[in-house]
Design a protein around this ligand. Structure first.
Ligand code: I6G
Length: 670
């Protein structure tokens, strides 16, 4: 005989776990942290392992555990699982409402409205409150028995709550995969090198079709009930909405957006509200279902062919459509990134006509295996830019060639590059590439680069658009007459600009290297390079070995520098800049102790807004300082960024000078 204490503890654990599940799924109001829930489940599982004779099929530990099936058996639906009629417009809705009003001879009908989830219809049979069978809809008459898989879904109770449930009830509803779970599952699929799912509906369907419930258990599935089929041992309430409240009290999850609305006006307002919310909802929905709320009226209306006349699904405009991919073009962005763009046979999707969709990068093209001429599925959800979801391989004609981003930039012909572990392919043309020209010039003239006063972004755009400058070197060939002719440019400001261009010719080697806008060469790296190599020629001619010998220069910086200085047009621009008179003082290698911060010990703590920790470290080392990881009496300065740790407090206690970011930058520039 098992001790009474054990059975009491088992009962109380099961009740407590079920109650937490109810709060979490049905009330949408978790009442304990996950860790506490896991602890209770663990305790129950441990006791059940010691007393296997006390395990019952409705125990919360018994969701997974069945051995894989060979196939699914068939289930006959005693009450047919019907489909719904569709409405695609306000006119269709108005026709539906008129038919209802005429049939029941009443105005201002009350409708139970709820989102139409994009999932799989499921029937759940509860006998004496216990889940005994779960089946797919199938053709409405015959479905498949998916009980073992359905049992793994935490949102579906294995046992109904309370006492007033009928002796037999078939709950119907939709199994869905929430958008967040879908995204996570697809990331995992990609990490495992497996094919991602096309959409949450397919992922949910695929997960329920697993013969091994152990696999289904790993999938983030959820469930909402929307009605009933068979029922015995209870008189139905008068309203559909009251029945839904009953289901909720028995532990069935119902959609929190459900609402009773009045008349066609109420239906339209509900539709507009949900259409606006659609993209922010946790689950994919493809429309709204309206049901006449009064069961007496439902009985009057009855059925037509295989759909109830008392319900309708008002569909949102489709977010996915099929079309032909005519070609793949390449756009070069202002940062030099090459983006493949799908040119499409125009298609109406998500409420607009779409003729382009981004393909992001080479990885995405490889993942989709998309080729010119393919039939593709395009998705446009809300204001998000249209995406290609998948290729309909069965419709591919012949053997179109795979698409690869080119080795040279389609705009300027410079080499393109892509680094290991990075998705973006970019043009190395920088200053020379027309697509990047405006940005390159703005960067060149900026305060921390060549500091050309009076050359604002608008003026740069104007100069390029008017064809007055093609490269940064052309800036130094501008004359007064050209500038005055420009719209909104007075003589005084033109003169000022020419003077500031002249002034900018006197610079430093590090500013000059930074101003060239080479990928990944920030101010500090430019400074490090100048200090290390002492001359522009040395930097331009450095090979990989020499570059990698510089502190703070890694393989990416080295490759970017070499690629940049390998291109003839970049060398030409540099030569032109030197020939118009840009110059800098010769750098004389100073011994370590002649540097301005020689002998000083710094600690950097917290997050700096303008540079990373490594960059700050390199900048200090360039000036001869030592950078330490911990504060001691020997520390001279502590640089404090956002959210500093205990180091700042310790420094204060020791009376060490503290620099905020502004003071630190000032010190570096001095
Ligand atoms: O397929 C359906 C989805 C949602 C439904 C449904 C529903 O209610 C929210 N309701 C009924 C009555 C039927 N199909 C037949």
């Amino acid at each position: 005989m098992v001790d009474k204490k054990i059975t009491t503890r088992i009962d109380s654990l099961r009740e407590e776990i079920n109650s937490h599940n109810y709060s979490y799924y049905v009330l949408d109001n978790p009442d304990v942290p996950d860790s506490e829930y896991d602890r209770l489940l663990n305790e129950l599982s441990n006791i059940e392992q010691q007393y296997p004779e006390l395990i019952t099929p409705d125990s919360p530990t018994q969701r997974v555990g069945a051995t894989p099936l060979d196939s699914f058996s068939e289930v006959q639906h005693e009450v047919l699982m019907l489909s719904l009629g569709n409405a695609f417009s306000e006119q269709d809705m108005s026709d539906f409402d008129r038919r209802v009003r005429e049939a029941v001879e009443k105005e201002n009908i009350e409708y139970a409205a709820e989102p139409k989830l994009d999932g799989l219809a499921i029937s759940l049979l509860y006998e004496k409150g216990l889940l005994v069978r779960a089946a797919t809809r199938g053709d409405g008459r015959t479905g498949e028995d998916v009980t073992l898989n359905i049992r793994t879904i935490d949102a579906i109770p294995l046992k109904l709550r309370g006492k007033d449930y009928p002796k037999l009830i078939e709950v119907r509803g939709e199994v869905v995969m929430p958008k967040s779970g879908f995204d996570k599952l697809n990331r995992q699929q990609l990490e495992k090198g497996e094919k991602p799912f096309v959409n949450p509906r397919n992922a949910a369907a695929g997960s329920l079709r697993q013969l091994d419930p152990g696999v289904t258990a790993t999938r983030p599935l959820s469930f909402y009930s929307y009605g009933i089929g068979l029922i015995e041992g209870m008189t139905l309430p008068n309203k559909h909405s009251e029945m839904m409240e009953k289901l909720k009290s028995w532990g069935m999850r119902i959609n929190p957006e459900s609402q009773v609305v009045k008349g066609q006006k109420g239906c339209n307002a509900y539709y507009e509200k949900l259409a606006e919310k659609r993209n922010d909802l946790p689950d994919e929905i493809d429309g709204i279902v309206y049901k006449v709320d009064d069961i007496k009226f439902q009985n009057i209306l009855g059925f037509v062919s295989r759909a109830p006349r008392w319900a309708i699904a008002r569909k949102f405009p489709a977010q996915e459509e099929m079309t032909t991919l005519l070609d793949i073009d390449i756009q070069v962005g202002r940062t030099g990134a090459l983006t493949p763009v799908a040119r499409l046979e125009p298609v109406f999707v998500g409420g607009v006509t779409v003729s382009n969709a981004t393909l992001h990068n080479q990885d995405e093209i490889d993942r989709l295996d998309v080729r010119a001429g393919d039939t593709v599925i395009v998705r446009r959800a809300g204001d998000v830019i249209p995406q290609i979801v998948s290729v309909v391989k069965s419709k591919r004609k012949g053997k179109p060639r795979r698409f690869y981003l080119p080795n040279t930039c389609p705009v300027c012909g410079s080499e393109t590059a892509r680094f290991e572990d990075e998705a973006v392919t970019f043009c190395t043309g920088g200053l020379y590439c027309e697509a990047q020209r405006k940005e390159a010039i703005k960067h060149f003239a900026s305060r921390r680069a060549m500091n050309v006063d009076g050359l604002g972004d608008k003026l740069v755009e104007q100069l390029v658009d008017e064809g007055l400058i093609h490269t940064i070197a052309d800036l130094y060939n501008l004359d007064l007459e050209q500038l005055i002719k420009l719209e909104r440019s007075g003589e005084k400001s033109a003169k000022n600009l020419l003077a500031s261009l002249e002034k900018s010719k006197k610079t430093t080697l590090s500013r000059f290297v930074f101003s060239l806008g080479i990928h990944s060469i920030g101010e500090t790296t430019a400074q490090t390079l100048a200090n290390h190599f002492l001359s522009l020629e040395n930097i331009m001619n450095a090979d990989e070995e020499k570059l990698l010998a510089v502190p703070d220069v890694g393989p990416i910086v080295a490759e970017n520098l070499m690629t940049f200085f390998k291109q003839t047009h970049n060398i030409e621009v540099v030569e032109q800049l030197i020939s118009v008179g840009i110059h800098w003082p010769k750098i004389v290698k100073k011994s370590q102790d002649e540097l301005p911060l020689a002998g000083k010990i710094f600690v950097v703590t917290g997050t700096l807004e303008s540079m990373g920790r490594n960059e700050a470290k390199a900048a200090l080392q360039n000036l001869g300082a030592k950078v330490s990881g911990s504060v001691s009496k020997k520390t001279d300065y502590v640089v404090v960024g956002e959210n500093p740790g205990s180091k700042a407090t310790k420094a204060e206690g020791l009376g060490i000078s503290i620099l905020d970011e502004k003071e630190f930058i000032k010190m570096l520039s001095q």
